[in-house]
Design a protein around this ligand. Structure first.
Ligand SMILES: [Zn+2]
Length: 1180
């Protein structure tokens, strides 16, 4: 063994390095420094422990001796490398496997090592020379004499001939690229001290092979190999490790630390393999049939399946493991010493490969049989068919008759007929069947009583074995089918310790440790190493709730994935190979996703798991569902197996978190889905992933956030803004905006257009118009696509107008849906823009000049690009098949805009105001009003504007107000007269609109406010939380609570006598809507929907229900009074001044209907108003 000093890097110790390498090619390239040849042989091993090698035989590694005795050895001259005339004296040695040459007979490691199997020809080439020909390289040697030369040729030819006759053996693994390389446990490039270039190293079985490069590896021509029975592997530094042998220390460096660990592990296994005792193997091999793999025939199989009683090779053993222990229990003949009891060895001698194959391989068609060189795919298929399906087995005559089979088994186990027992068990007899004998209730007990030791042994190993079943076979078989064999997978993975919170930071490679992982029988286990007896940990499939791919390179490994458990733990695993990680994730997902949701796994999902959610009609109770996120689509499968329509996340109208990070709300046009954070950890992961997926993913059109109409939201937002504010702006789209602003805006919109609100005053029309242009110019693949853009340009050459339009229509049909919709939207917009060319100076031609090169992403020299745009605008109606209704709507909108423009030109309005649709009295087309909303406009002004347009005179006690109606919540809120409309418009969802109508209860409220004493209100209301609605709390529905509302806050008490409020909200953070949606089944029809949002944008939503309408009015009035400092309705004087131009109505005078008469009169009048609210309505 090497001393400690030897391991220290930097110390020169490679005095014999040159002996490791051939001068065949450019020696100097490979040496860092020339070193004295053989100046002090063996000095690299630490003094004292190094055996002095005396001769050639002694130098050969001991373990190699019995396998490969030297057939011929002697000094030969090897032909000089290119450019040299000097022959080199080499000690050449031939054994059954290799022809090797050394610097001297004392060397342990050759300079060249040519597998005999690679030798295609040996021939005399004159002058005592002979040539060894391999597939691609010739080696010429010169002997001392012709006689000596001829003896070499004869011996070599003989050995090569014998080799050809033999089946491929272990040593042939390096021979050719015939798939045999699979025998290699690990291979790749490593630095080796003393060599400038990396060497290609392969660990195979109990040897380590060194090659000059991967090409040589493929050809099989090596430098040397190291017998690992004398090896010792030691980690030295981060990337370095030493392989110490008595003859030499090999100091290797891997590319990375994990790589190093893999190498160290592989080489240590090679040492273990070399040191493993052959005792059991020798005994088991005593039976002739056990000397070749039961499955592929490979010689010297040193693995076994102890329940199937077959001896198998290492490669087959790997596939057996994949079948799972319920099919095959794999053990090593050499390493798993403990399992090999005297009985088990005897069982293998009695049954073994011969008897086992008489049963298992009774009917193997030659076309399906495998050989030692078969690839792993073939092997897996064959072994699955053989042992899992029992496809080739000899059927027992009682097959299909359970009762008879069991009875026969009970009889067989008392005899020495092991073959019968095997046939019965693997044809369906139940190992745990009832024997009917109270003294011996099981076959195992029967065998024990009968003293059948080997039967006992066999039954013990097959207590939990699965009966083979053909997946697609006759009915008789189907009757015996049991649940699907669980998913099995195994391999090495890098793992971090489990976490209780998301891996916020990048985990470096150092934080991962390499573990052997297995997935079988519904358990994912990780072990210290492949050979560890017990796992370090285990995650049962039923504990898993989510598995997800991390972003590539999110951590110190190329590819990682997260596994979440019910117990709120997160496990991070990874590998350098994304494909292998993908396979793991698929297998893990399969193990815990139930069959009814398995369809989800057919997608290329990034994340899959179980969540609670609400959606559709059953909002009352949250249900369990399975979710898979694939790209920007969220697939949902309910617990009962119903598929929900997938959610297109890029088309969401709203994506928000409610409550205390507890509910993720996804609003689509057709529905709302509430996903609950039942467990924090995986829910957070979902929220992040869904948010990411709902954003734009790249620079092509389809990767953007989209509107329902498949138009990028970014385009929609810009066009909308230009339509509102820029139609009449001179030189719109031609004038350039401010570059920095355009850049910033584009970046913002690309990131999340959903959250961007373009506002007048903040964004200049030219900046917005340029943002849109820049978007199209930089668009990946272009609006017309790379594939079709030339066709579009060519179409301009068509002279016949009809023909040309036809061609455009055809090309339009070729575009992807998103491109088509976007093009239509854009041309529609340009069509509108040119209608205002009188103001903006941008006629069709001018627009085409600007947009041609932008859309075709050309330099503007090609006039055809502009022609296309010009044609599209000119023939907009025909090409895009715009129907009359669409045209009319468009016309109306343009008319509205024209009107606005006129109003603007009259000087009272600034350009760039928003235009919005406001309804009069109710939402219907005839009641639509397009109103330009300046930033300063208040609700009161808007109301006047609408009434003015319709020439409606406001009478006394007609409390015309502007309402915000939320259709989704079935609730409405009268805007306070002083509220600014613009911010409300920006905040309106698509299910909300503004309507101007009379506020029926205003008078009653004013009367109440005037008559009450003090400014507080308290009393009972029925309360319901949105949290409950979403199923987060146990209680759903409305509960009586006591409330106190004062000038600053609303307090909730559990009951009247409670001293401490349960909740308290600042009045200023509340928005109170009248009405509660029917779905919630409010106990009365007098309810409020309350939205709470504080400065930190935390949101809540809850409901209040009153017993009477009067009660409702009083609460509402008190609320308004408190929120607006008493100014509930504008005073007469302010009303007259409210006509435009706007005055400072924000000051809003307190204007209450004065209290008249005495208290009882007052009460009576209030009662009169309150008793029948409909009377008021009828009076309208
Ligand atoms: Zn095999």
């Amino acid at each position: 063994m090497a001393g400690k000093e030897e391991a220290e890097p930097g110390r020169p110790r490679s005095v014999r390095l040159n002996s490791l390498f051939s001068e065949d090619e450019f020696i100097e390239d490979y040496y860092e420094a020339p070193v004295g040849r053989r100046s002090s042989s063996c000095s690299d091993a630490s003094a004292g422990s190094s055996p002095q090698v005396a001769g050639a035989e002694a130098a050969a590694p001991a373990a190699a001796a019995p396998l490969s005795p030297v057939i011929k050895a002697g000094w030969l001259d090897k032909n000089p490398p290119q450019g040299s005339y000097i022959y080199q004296k080499r000690w050449v040695k031939l054994d059954a496997d290799y022809l090797r040459y050394f610097d001297s007979e004392k060397d342990a490691y050759s300079k060249r090592c040519i597998p005999v199997s690679c030798i295609s020809r040996v021939a005399s080439v004159g002058e005592q020379k002979f040539e060894v020909v391999t597939h691609n390289r010739n080696f010429v040697f010169r002997a001392e004499s012709d006689a000596e030369r001829n003896d070499w040729i004869r011996t070599l030819q003989q050995v090569a001939e014998e080799r050809k006759g033999k089946a491929a053996e272990r040593t042939s693994m390096v021979a050719t690229a015939d798939g045999a390389v699979d025998l290699v446990d690990k291979c790749g490039f490593l630095e080796l001290r003393g060599f400038k270039n990396k060497l290609f190293v392969a660990v195979a079985g109990d040897r380590v092979f060194l090659y000059k490069n991967s090409e040589d590896y493929r050809l099989g021509i090596g430098i040397t190999y190291i017998e690992m029975n004398v090896g010792n592997v030691k980690e030295v530094e981060r990337r370095g490790f030493d392989l110490t042998t008595p003859y030499r220390i090999f100091s290797f460096w891997a590319d990375s630390e994990p790589e190093k660990e893999e190498w160290v592990e592989a080489m240590r296994q090679a040492v273990a393999a070399a040191l493993s005792t052959a005792e059991v193997a020798e005994r088991v091999w005593a039976a002739e049939a056990n000397r070749a793999c039961a499955d592929c025939g490979a010689p010297q199989p040193d693995w076994a399946s102890i329940n199937l009683c077959v001896v198998i090779c290492k490669r087959c053993a790997g596939e057996h493991r994949g079948l799972g222990p319920s099919v095959s229990k794999v053990r090593s003949l050499k390493m798993d010493r403990k399992v090999w009891t005297e009985e088990l060895i005897e069982l293998f001698l009695r049954v073994g490969n011969a008897a086992a194959n008489r049963f298992w391989a009774a009917n193997v068609p030659p076309s399906e049989a495998i050989g030692p060189a078969s690839g792993s795919e073939e092997r897996r298929r064959f072994l699955g068919a053989k042992y899992r399906q029992g496809k080739y087995r000899r059927y027992h005559p009682l097959f299909g008759n359970q009762e008879e089979l069991d009875r026969a088994l009970c009889a067989a186990v008392t005899t020495g007929d092991l073959a019968e027992t095997q046939a019965l068990v693997f044809c369906g007899a139940s190992v745990s069947c009832a024997t009917g004998d109270p003294g011996c209730p099981s076959p195992l007990a029967l065998a024990r009583r009968s003293g059948q030791r080997l039967q006992v042994e066999f039954l013990m190993h097959n207590q939990s074995s699965e009966t083979p079943r053909l997946e697609a076979s006759g009915r008789a078989e189907q009757l015996y089918t049991v649940p699907l064999p669980s998913v099995a997978h195994h391999g090495f993975l890098y793992k971090t310790p489990s976490m209780a919170k998301p891996p916020g930071e990048r985990k470096s490679l150092e934080e991962f440790s390499r573990r052997w992982c297995t997935l079988q029988d519904g358990a994912f286990s990780y072990y210290e190493s492949e050979r560890s007896a017990g796992p370090n940990g285990e995650i049962r499939a039923e504990e898993m709730v989510c598995v997800a791919h991390s972003a590539p390179r999110a951590h110190g490994l190329e590819s990682t994935f997260e596994l979440y458990t019910e117990a709120e733990r997160l496990y991070l695993f990874g590998l350098e190979h994304p494909e292998a990680v993908r396979e793991w994730v698929k297998c893990l997902a399969k193990s815990f996703v139930p069959p009814h949701a398995e369809e989800l796994l057919s997608r290329e999902f990034e994340r899959v798991g179980r969540l609670h959610y609400k959606g559709g009609l059953s909002l009352e109770r949250a249900k369990e569902g399975w979710f898979a996120l694939a790209g920007s689509v969220l697939h949902v499968c309910s617990g009962s197996g119903e598929r929900e329509e997938p959610l297109q996340l890029r088309k969401l109208q709203e994506l928000s978190i409610q409550g205390d990070n507890e509910v993720l709300v996804l609003v689509e046009r057709r529905r709302t889905l509430y996903i609950q954070g039942e467990r924090k950890l995986d829910f957070l992961g979902w929220v992040q992933a869904i948010r990411r997926a709902a954003g734009s993913a790249g620079d092509t059109l389809s990767e953007q956030q989209l509107t329902e109409a498949d138009v990028p939201l970014l385009v929609d937002r810009c066009i909308d803004y230009i339509t509102q504010c820029g139609l009449t702006s001179e030189g719109i789209y031609r004038k350039s905006g401010q570059n920095s602003k355009t850049t910033g805006l584009l970046e913002m919109l690309r990131k999340d257009a959903r959250s961007v609100r373009l506002k007048e005053g903040e964004h200049h029309v030219d900046d917005v118009s340029n943002t849109l242009k820049r978007f199209f110019r930089e668009l990946g693949d272009g609006l017309f696509t790379q594939r079709w853009s030339q066709d579009w340009l060519r179409a301009t050459a068509l002279e016949d107008e009809e023909q040309k339009i036809g061609e455009y229509r055809r090309l339009l049909g070729n575009l992807p849906a998103v491109n088509r919709a976007t093009l239509k939207t854009l041309i529609n917009h340009l069509f509108r823009v040119q209608r205002f060319s009188g103001d903006n100076q941008m006629n069709t031609h001018n627009l085409a000049i600007v947009f041609g090169p932008t859309l075709f992403q050309t330099d503007g020299k090609d006039y055809k690009a502009g022609r296309v745009v010009e044609d599209l605008i000119n023939h907009y109606v025909k090409i895009f098949n715009v129907n009359d209704q669409e045209m009319k709507k468009q016309q109306d909108e343009i008319t509205a805009i024209m009107k606005m423009r006129e109003a603007a030109s009259s000087g009272t309005q600034q350009a760039g105001d928003f235009i919005c649709t406001v309804y009069l009295e109710e939402k219907k087309t005839e009641a639509e009003q397009h109103v330009k909303i300046p930033a300063t406009m208040t609700a009161e002004e808007l109301t006047f504007e609408i009434l003015d347009r319709r020439k409606i005179l406001m009478k006394d006690k007609d409390y015309w107000s502007c309402f915000e109606v939320n259709e989704r919540e079935e609730a409405e809120r009268p805007l306070h007269y002083s509220e600014k409309v613009l911010p409300i418009l920006h905040g309106l969802g698509t299910e909300s609109y503004l309507v101007v109508k009379k506020q029926m209860s205003m008078e009653n409220m004013l009367v109440y406010l005037a008559s009450r004493v003090g400014d507080c209100k308290h009393g009972m209301m029925k309360f319901r939380e949105e949290r409950n609605l979403l199923g987060l709390g146990v209680s759903t529905g409305f509960h009586d609570r006591y409330f106190i509302l004062n000038h600053s806050c609303l307090r909730l008490y559990k009951e009247v006598r409670s001293h401490k409020p349960e909740k308290e909200w600042s009045i200023q953070n509340l928005k109170i809507y009248l009405g509660i949606k029917k779905k919630l089944r409010p106990p009365t029809c007098w309810g409020f929907t309350v939205f709470y949002e504080n400065e930190k944008h935390e949101k809540q939503q809850w409901y209040l229900c009153c017993d009477t309408q009067a009660d409702l009015r009083e609460w509402f009035a008190t609320f308004l009074h408190a929120q607006h400092g008493g100014a509930v309705w504008p005073s007469e004087s302010s009303r007259t001044r409210a006509a435009r131009p706007p005055q400072d109505s924000r000051l809003g005078n307190i204007s209450l209907i004065p209290l008249r008469g005495n208290e009882s009169e007052m009460r009576n009048s209030v009662a009169a108003f309150a008793t029948d609210p409909l009377t008021l309505l009828r009076n309208v």
